[in-house]
Design a protein around this ligand. Structure first.
Ligand SMILES: Cc1cc2nc3c(=O)[nH]c(=O)nc-3n(C[C@H](O)[C@H](O)[C@H](O)COP(=O)(O)OP(=O)(O)OC[C@H]3O[C@@H](n4cnc5c(N)ncnc54)[C@H](O)[C@@H]3O)c2cc1C
Length: 489
């Protein structure tokens, strides 16, 4: 009998939970073994489609569904709660690992509990650190598309901008990154692409100034140090590709920018040359920097071991090489493969929750010493693969003993796709699709860091179909409908 606990029901945690119910047998769950998912939110959210909610093309109901009925069908126990502490060595009453949780469920909100585990997966995703920039975020002066509710508000504000444009009032729209150390540039790129499409569809693009404001030093960096593509025998870069896309659409770009502060209608930012600027806006969607979800850690005696388990960023340390080195000396092999926490063979951190060993994009400082450096992205596909990898290891160890070899999946071997798709219909959409393989460049294997045959940038309606298909496929898979396991992560 083994008890598996998963913290978080996002892309990585939910994927791990479904695979564990498959691998351990859903009929055995609750009898032989238990799989418990702890998440503060009762819904699952297909976050990539929040972009379409954020321009009013989809409703919240199109991108979320309740988790409890799916977990009931799969034999998984669902606890609507947030984890606050991990006790990997247990406590004085029980040497098994334990997690302290606080209920967020209606009727029991605030009640605390300690859940014992044999295996634990931390898949808590990002903490949205709006507070890192004064005046940033939906509670202040900018909107966000990080959650479905944020995206609804973004769509309402965008619709008000369109109405003012229709009245002939020029408007400035700023889309991008709300801090110099943000990640997820791909999401901001996709949103700016959608906003442009939306303004054109409404026939009001002429009066709108649309600006992409980013911490990337070059267009097309995307936090992965850019990409090299091969097109008809020639090599080109994601920088040229993105620049021509923006030029065609009349999107202005402000690069190498660290947003310092936002006031009502004004964003203040510093650029790599050390200059400080102010930009007036009527609409601003600026993403926050991410940190780890705050979790404390205690040893068996109750002593605080948080700094042993977690990096200062709040992300959990795993089997990566965290030795500090200059940027040029980092290697693909430094990236984790098993997602096991050092010193524990039953504790994993997957998806955004694990601490990356180093930046992928070259970190830069402004002339004043301000760090302006995109953080490494951990996108949906790698997050799902990591969740599945941890589930495979746990299932093997439950079935064959704790010495069973851990499964491996490194971001230096995994691909990722970013499909910036505008419009949600079958005939009118358009997409800029990028695929890269691997996410972490490996210059020992590829002269350009990545496979030229699997790293591409394409424009057109077909990418839009792919994005629409992925939306429906991933919702189908997450609902664990028949054959769900055949759909890759
Ligand atoms: C707007 C936007 C668009 C994106 N578009 C794309 C895209 O097109 N393609 C792509 O590949 N990626 C995209 N991404 C990135 C993708 O969403 C993430 O890579 C993915 O969601 C990460 O999965 P995760 O499981 O680590 O975190 P999440 O999916 O964020 O899940 C985290 C889970 O942990 C739960 N949680 C939080 N705190 C606690 C706690 N204390 N205790 C227990 N549970 C907790 C949360 O409620 C949630 O269920 C996008 C991201 C954004 C913000």
């Amino acid at each position: 009998m083994a008890d598996v606990v998963i913290l978080g029901a996002g892309i990585s945690g939910h994927t791990a939970a479904l695979h564990l119910s498959r691998l351990l047998g859903k009929r055995n769950l609750g009898k032989e073994h238990t799989v418990t998912v702890v998440s503060p939110n009762s819904n699952w959210n297909w976050i990539p489609s929040n972009i379409w909610v954020g321009v009013g093309k989809m409703a919240k109901a199109d991108v979320v569904f309740p988790l409890a009925p799916v977990y009931r069908r799969r034999g998984i126990t669902f606890r609507q709660a947030k984890a606050v502490a991990i006790r990997p060595q247990g406590d004085e009453l029980d040497p098994r690992g334990a997690v302290d949780v606080v209920s967020t469920a209606p009727g029991s909100a605030g009640e605390t509990d300690r859940i014992r585990y044999d295996y634990l997966i931390n898949a808590t995703g990002p903490r949205l650190r709006f507070e890192a920039t004064e005046g940033l975020g939906p509670e202040h002066h900018t909107v966000s598309v990080c959650t479905a509710d944020h995206a609804i508000e973004a769509a309402e504000r965008l619709s008000a901008v369109v109405a003012r444009l229709r009245d002939g009032v020029p408007q400035t729209l700023v889309v991008g990154m709300g801090h110099g150390t943000c990640t997820c540039e791909g999401a901001a790129f996709e949103y700016v692409f959608n906003v442009d499409h939306q303004l054109r569809e409404a026939g009001v693009r002429d009066l709108a100034r649309l600006i992409y404001l980013s911490n990337e030093a070059h267009l097309g960096d995307f936090g992965v140090d850019g990409m090299v593509f091969e097109e008809q025998g020639f090599q080109t870069t994601s920088e040229l590709w993105t620049a021509s896309l923006f030029r065609e659409r009349g999107v202005e770009a402000i690069l190498g920018a660290h947003v310092e502060r936002v006031e009502e209608g004004v964003v203040h930012y510093e650029t790599l040359d050390g200059l400080h600027h102010s930009l007036g806006f009527d609409f601003a969607m600026l993403l926050p920097p991410f940190g780890g979800v705050p979790l404390q850690a205690f040893d068996r005696t109750g002593a605080d071991i948080t700094s042993e388990l977690f990096a200062p960023s709040g992300f959990m340390k795993v089997d990566a090489d965290y030795t500090p080195k200059p940027y040029d000396e980092w290697r693909a092999a430094d990236w984790p493969t098993t997602y096991l926490a050092p010193g524990y063979d039953n504790l994993f951190a997957v998806g955004i929750a694990f601490a990356p060993p180093h930046p992928i994009s070259q970190p830069r400082k402004s002339a004043n010493g301000t760090l302006i450096a995109p953080s490494p992205p951990r996108t949906g596909m790698p997050s799902g693969v990591m969740g599945k990898t941890a589930a495979l290891t746990i299932a093997d160890r439950i079935k064959h003993g704790p010495q069973a070899k851990a499964h491996e999946a490194s971001m230096a071997d995994m691909g990722a796709a970013c499909v910036a798709s505008a419009g949600a219909g079958l005939r009118t959409g358009s997409a800029a699709s990028m695929t890269m393989m691997p996410v972490v460049p490996d210059y020992t294997r590829y002269p350009t860091g990545r496979s030229l045959s699997d790293t591409r940038g394409e424009l057109g309606l077909s990418g839009h179909w792919v994005k629409l298909m992925l939306h429906h496929l991933f919702l189908y898979k997450a609902k664990a409908r028949p054959g769900w396991q055949l759909i890759p992560e």
